[in-house]
Design a protein around this ligand. Sequence first.
Ligand SMILES: Cc1ncc(COP(=O)(O)O)c(C=O)c1O
Length: 354
Amino acid sequence: MNMHHVFTHSRIKTCCSELIGDTPLYELARTGTDSRLLLKLEQCNPTGSCKVRMAREMVLAAERDGLLKPGGEIVEPTSGNTGLGLALVSIERGYKFTAIVDGHASRDKLRAMEAMGVNLVFIESDGNGPSTVKRRQAAKEISERTGAFWPDQHYNPNNNYGYRALARELLTDLGGDIDYIVGAVGTGGTLCGTVSELRRLGSPTKSIGVEPVGSIIFGGPAGKYWQTGSGAPGGFTVGPNVDLGLIDEKLKVNDVDAFTTARVVARRTGLLVGGTAGAAIHIALKRLVMLEPESTLVVLVCDTGEKYLDSVYNDDWLEERSLLDPTAHRSLNRLMDAYIASTHLPPNGPQAAR
Ligand SMILES: Cc1ncc(COP(=O)(O)O)c(C=O)c1O
């Protein structure tokens, strides 16, 4: 065996789940005092989202605990990204997977699950947001009737454990502590799982959780929102994976600010991020300038913008919902302009106009 052969072989993965993790960091902005806003690009995982990390963890734990037998079935309610992760792991490990979904999910996530052979069960959406309560009831009912394994991502601790490697990647790549971390919160797994491991490893990271205006996880009145994956609608009981003790600041971002930020980032960098990442980046861009010099602020980008070409990046879809706001686009562009002097970002060109 020659050296060339050994090197080539080590770069080749033989199953898709080996592609999970080791996602890159991208510097979106830097202040004159060398504080940096870094994006952890979790869309670089297979399935285009961080949630494949926890899907794998929940399935492996269920196998260890004897809850999943060879050839078994899995059922889980999902806005799409958990479903895509479970689809990938099910294919690799030989399980049949049923995803409980509703019309609030992005169409591309549903299409992608169909492409991977997932059995989709649709729950009627009441038009006011995701049917999170009804989706869970359906999963419980199917699991009780058929014996399918229901991971129950809101209550399953392996959801949060799935992000331990993410925390280690951050510490390795940054070669030191992370001062701030910002992430959108749904089940709580991504942010709380990452923060808990960072702190266990000794990093005194301050955490900022973000949910849509209208979501009830951090309290406040329930209302309609179009960000998908993060938040929880009125009537939903928040599960223990949202560990409020691990979230130092709890903030809400409306759909206009979330989607405008995603769109402006796309036009200024060429990077397409999802709507909930837009919300987290919105908070981070406003916060960065206020931080002590040489701070490191990391935003967890949950998924890719390619999943939202029919919604967040579609002018007609936004206009129908009164979410296309040129004033918000202008003010976000001004905010990003403030960092130009100290970063590689190009000035506000014609592409960024709206
Ligand atoms: C796009 C998107 N953003 C944010 C979240 C929230 O992540 P978590 O459930 O880990 O809190 C999800 C969860 O599905 C998601 O799909």
